[in-house]
Unconditional design. Sequence first.
Length: 310
Amino acid sequence: MEKVKTLIIGSGPAGYTAAIYAGRANLQPVLYSGLQPGGQLTTTTIVENFPGFHEGIDANQLMTEMRQQAEVYGADLRDGSIVKADLSCRPFHLEDERGNQIEAETVIIATGASAKYLGLPDEEKYRGQGVSACATCDGFFYRKRVVAVVGGGDTACEEAMYLSGLAKKVYMIVRKPYLRAAEIMRKRVTEKDNIEILYNTNTVGLFGENGVEGAHLVRFKGEENEENFDVAIDGFFLAIGHTPNTDLFKGQLDMDEHGFIITQPKSTATSIEGVFAAGDVADPTYRQGVVAAGTGAMAAIEVDRFLQKL
């Protein structure tokens, strides 16, 4: 049984920043990188809205820099995942994928959230070449161009409105005959001149030589009046929700109806003393790298203060 003062689960901006702060505080942090080292940010290309890089920075390079910085300050960074977690009492008992047993005094959960995709092979083919799940992250690259947003809820409307301020035209691809969003959001998108809503429409594929150039769509799918058509677009944005990576902790920590970990106000503390949550795993609202990094710092600071009180 390995005894660990601070165990960090996840390696995106939240996990690495927590490791940097925890390492500098001499908390001897051990970080498990998980299935996607660097987190969801590594699915994009250039990051232009992370402070400190006026010309932008490659997402994978940014995560590599954070990883190296964490190592410089003494974090023990490990490949692999935590597959079992018993948070019923402190110290907490966890197990990695190799069967190694860990006894942790504190835990920082930074496992992130995964964007929901339609499941089309073309989404993977064009990922980073026109397919995105974050308008705030990637919308800047589509100024004066034509884009599509998939979804009909509040998130989709928010993404469409954001993109409408950048793009020449925004299609909203909505499979239902109505928008599920709140009335105020419905009003905004329907009244926006450069947003066109395609109701009763499903995406069945994407096409393009060196990136997305258009989408294959079907209206009234499976009905007598089914209609297949294409639209020319430069960017394809998914806005059908995110799934927090919290299966490991269900039934142990308080979560909202979507599975996001609930933290205390102005804190990363969870419903269990000694367990903290940072980044997208506890953030259904902003989902930005810089916000995740900030909560990673908060979590490490709170861990240090928690341990000092023992």
